[in-house]
Ligand binder design. Structure first.
Ligand SMILES: NC(=O)c1ccc[n+]([C@@H]2O[C@H](COP(=O)([O-])OP(=O)(O)OC[C@H]3O[C@@H](n4cnc5c(N)ncnc54)[C@H](O)[C@@H]3O)[C@@H](O)[C@H]2O)c1
Length: 425
């Protein structure tokens, strides 16, 4: 049974802002230039997610044309192009001369299009979106947006520039586009469980893919083909995968940044060199100035219990999400169960992005996506060093994981972090 939330409870619990804003400040329409007619779209990073994002962009708007593509590797670009062409025929107009490979492919794609989709490994994101916004493009970019604080600071600057230019900067934090999630967070922000006191999220899963080394691959090509397992490329799985759970913790708190993170983590099972230098489990306690605590556990270990749950404990009830089972409910004074439609959240992301571009009402999700990324990095920094890390420390961190210039060649990954030995800087 569903109970209406009395208005007085709504006002008491909304606390953080004047009103509960759907999507928690993630979507901020900004006056820009409405766009009509064909929109030329480019894709950079033509792997699984990038190919999916291009399909969603093509499905979102009948006048979207996929016009240019870029990937580090020709084989990845070719298979993505073939699959997109098979599905969308003449709306895929990527002539041979507009298929670019190598580290500078993104610059060449940027020069050809109006809207760009970025789905490379996270290490490249901050520089790529900075160049795209500088060139005046609307951007969709996958999460996470950085692997270190240098990247986060750059994205925060890019978000400001996009705002000044009236450009969209839309993120791949896809759960924010899922109707059941939106309904639940809306209810939480409207006082449905009272003041939020504790948030608990899990991303417990098994291992992911691995690509055997080929004789012709340099060290960096091998690492880039297996980018998930290198902190400098993926940010570690807390940043690459469990960030969805961290983003939902941030959503519960209406994107107010936590004060600190105190984390544990390690490499218990995935210990062979082929798994690079990332950990296989983390547990993080986030603390807010108002006393709220957020607890996140994530694991990538085969044969272990799998779950993706969120629980938000309020003064008068508990909100519960089973992300994989599409189940949303709240208990307490105003019990509620989501009975609305479910949607393809990936498609909704693009439907809303292209509608905003057409309307000249840019979606700027830049600050929220940078903040969720920093929250994940803060957890990693704490687990790697064994120290309590504050938001200010994380934001001002001088640890730089990405080079200024990328080139294939030899390279040994950084040593595996050891709490108490690895220094924060
Ligand atoms: N929102 C989601 O639910 C979701 C799901 C999956 C992946 N992702 C994110 O999408 C991104 C891509 O993940 P994926 O699963 O598609 O990985 P993938 O390995 O399948 O694809 C990445 C592609 O980027 C290419 N690439 C690497 N470096 C590049 C560079 N410098 N320039 C151009 N291309 C480059 C690779 O060759 C590859 O084709 C990651 O950030 C990941 O976290 C998000």
């Amino acid at each position: 049974m569903t109970h209406e939330i009395p208005r007085r409870n709504f006002l008491k619990a909304a606390g953080v802002g004047a009103a509960a804003i759907p999507f928690a400040g993630l979507v901020t329409p900004i006056a820009g230039k409405p766009m009509s007619g064909p929109l030329r779209v480019g894709l950079v990073g033509c792997g699984g997610r990038g190919t999916g994002a291009a399909m969603q962009a093509l499905a979102a708007d009948k006048d979207v044309i996929l016009y240019a593509m870029g990937d580090l590797f020709a084989d990845r670009l070719a298979s993505s192009h073939a699959s997109l062409q098979e599905n969308f025929q003449n709306r895929v107009q990527v002539e041979e001369s507009r298929r670019f490979t190598g580290f500078d492919a993104y610059q060449k794609v940027i020069a050809e299009v109006d809207v760009i989709l970025f789905a490379t490994p996270p290490a490249f994101r901050a520089a790529h979106i900075a160049a795209a916004v500088e060139a005046g493009l609307h951007v969709f970019c996958e999460k996470p947006v950085a692997v270190d604080a240098f990247g986060v600071r750059s994205v925060l600057e890019t978000a400001k520039l996009a705002r000044q230019k009236g450009l969209s900067l839309a993120s791949g934090f896809c759960w924010r586009a899922a109707y059941g999630h939106r309904a639940l967070y809306d209810r939480v922000h409207s006082g449905g469980i009272g003041e939020v006191r504790h948030v608990y999220a899990t991303y417990l899963t098994g291992g992911l893919w691995y690509k055997e080394r080929q004789p012709e691959w340099t060290d960096l090509e091998y690492q880039l083909r297996n980018w998930l397992y290198y902190t400098a490329l993926s940010g570690d799985h807390i940043t690459e995968q469990a960030i969805h759970s961290i983003d939902k913790i941030m959503w519960a708190k209406q994107d107010v940044p936590p004060v600190s993170a105190t984390a544990l983590g390690g490499r218990q099972v995935r210990t062979e060199a082929k798994w690079g230098n990332i950990y296989d489990h983390f547990g993080v306690l986030y603390e807010w100035e108002d006393g709220t605590m957020g607890h996140m556990q994530c694991r990538q270990q085969n044969g272990t219990h799998m779950e993706n749950l969120d629980r938000i404990v309020g003064a008068n009830g508990v909100a519960f999400i089973d992300g994989w089972a599409n189940h949303f409910e709240t208990t307490g004074d105003f019990p509620w169960k989501y009975a609305g439609p479910s949607n393809d959240m990936y498609q909704t992301e693009h439907d809303e992005l292209f509608a905003s571009i057409r309307a000249g009402a840019a979606m700027n999700q830049g600050e929220a996506m940078a903040h969720s990324t920093l929250a994940a990095l803060m957890g990693r920094m704490s687990a790697y060093t064994g120290q309590r890390i504050t938001w200010e420390q994380a934001l001002n961190s001088q640890e730089k994981l990405t080079p200024d210039h990328w080139a294939f060649g030899p390279g040994v990954p950084a040593p595996i972090a050891q709490p108490g030995v690895t220094k924060f800087f």
